[in-house]
Design a protein around this ligand. Structure first.
Ligand SMILES: Nc1nc2c(c(=O)[nH]1)N[C@H]1C(S)=C(S)[C@@H](COP(=O)(O)O)O[C@H]1N2
Ligand SMILES: [Mo]
Length: 339
């Protein structure tokens, strides 16, 4: 296993076997009828016991490389939701830069380089700035927040993110008074992102992936820049080293692996809207009453414990359950027109 230097913002070494992986391995040994007692003494030597599981499938490289983060746990964001298991969040992804099927990102992004990294905040601001990799973990107070994530494809997860309010970052840049929108851009690097090098693999999207929010949506306290989940920094497939999380909007608004954040006075173009404007709007607020042209949005498949396809169905709620926090942003707007 590759050893990674301990960054200043980390609180733990990364080369400790996580308890869950340890337990999984022990369960597998049990199923195979292997107990410590039945193994020859020599093979019980610490280093050797789990060697038969040291291929890529068992010891997920993404799990191994992640580092424990130090974060506060503000009470109002510790929602009593049942969490989606970590391995599902790590292995069931939408990240078309690494292929269009759910399993591809975890495989094809495993060597994606996220350190060093640079993110520029510019446009209509008085103090443009650039953040580097370490800044993402040191410059802002990191919080753990449990949020619902609702994909436009009608599945959902509950994720314990780690990150900081986007508002903290935007305030640092000091927006000019005429700025009205925030535009986001994902890294463009076809050498590393096979979906950008092939229209077939990348789902026909014109890269880089772009997204946008109205400035008041961006400044809402719920809008998060995530740098981690489940207590560790993000794996590449989840949008390392930083991605947006806008929990009251469909998942495609939560753009991954961001390199540029630009303040502007015009509504920015957004990737899925450009691809199919009648199916994906700029707002993309979760709304059980406004169906996708090809499927209902009234309910969703919650991805929890157990098989992906036996997951329970649950009703979808307005603004994904965050109406108290965000409904006022859309007062007087026709949400059927502004889907
Ligand atoms: N750059 C980029 N960001 C992206 C996507 C993508 O394909 N490329 N997919 C989006 C979609 S459709 C969803 S549902 C979420 C999924 O995030 P997750 O894989 O961490 O669950 O990421 C969003 N951000
Ligand atoms: Mo999605």
């Amino acid at each position: 296993m590759k050893l990674i230097k301990k960054p200043r913002w980390a609180i733990n070494e990364n080369d400790v076997t996580p308890e869950t992986v340890y337990k999984q391995r022990r369960d597998i040994l049990k199923k195979l009828g292997i107990t410590l007692a039945t193994l020859p003494i020599a093979s019980q030597a610490q280093a050797g016991i789990f060697d038969i599981f040291s291929d890529k499938k068992e010891a997920s490289p993404a799990l191994d490389k992640r580092i424990v983060l130090n974060a506060t746990k503000p009470q109002q964001y510790q929602a009593p939701l049942s969490l989606t298991p970590e391995d599902k969040i790590l292995k069931y992804n939408n990240f078309y830069e690494f292929g269009t099927d759910k399993a591809s990102p975890a495989e094809l992004a495993s060597n994606f380089v996220t350190d060093p990294w640079k993110v520029e905040i510019d446009g209509m601001v008085n103090s443009p700035l650039t953040l580097d990799y370490d800044d993402l973990f040191k410059k802002f107070t990191l919080e753990e927040r449990i949020y619902r994530l609702r994909c436009v494809e009608a599945w959902s997860m509950n994720v314990p993110w780690i990150g900081f309010p986007l508002a903290d970052l935007i305030k640092l840049a000091a927006p000019k008074s005429d700025a009205k929108y925030v535009a986001f851009e994902t890294l463009y690097d076809p050498k590393q992102m096979p979906g950008q090098a092939s229209r077939r693999l990348g789902g026909g999207i014109d890269y880089p992936y772009v997204e946008g929010l109205r400035l008041d949506e961006a400044m809402n306290p719920l809008t998060l820049v995530a740098v981690g989940l489940y207590g560790k920094n993000l794996a590449p497939q989840n949008g390392a080293p930083l991605r947006l999380v806008v929990p009251w909007k469909y998942g495609f608004k939560s753009i991954k692996s961001i390199v540029r954040i630009r303040l502007t006075d015009k509504q920015p173009p957004t990737t899925w809207n450009q691809l199919a404007a009648n199916e994906y709007g700029f707002y993309a607020n979760v709304n059980p009453q406004v169906d996708h042209p090809r499927w209902s949005q009234a309910s969703e498949r919650f991805i929890g414990e157990g098989s992906l396809f036996s997951s329970r169905r649950q009703p979808t709620t307005m603004f994904n359950g965050y109406q108290e926090e965000v409904a006022s942003l859309y007062k007087g707007m026709d949400l059927r027109k502004n889907y």
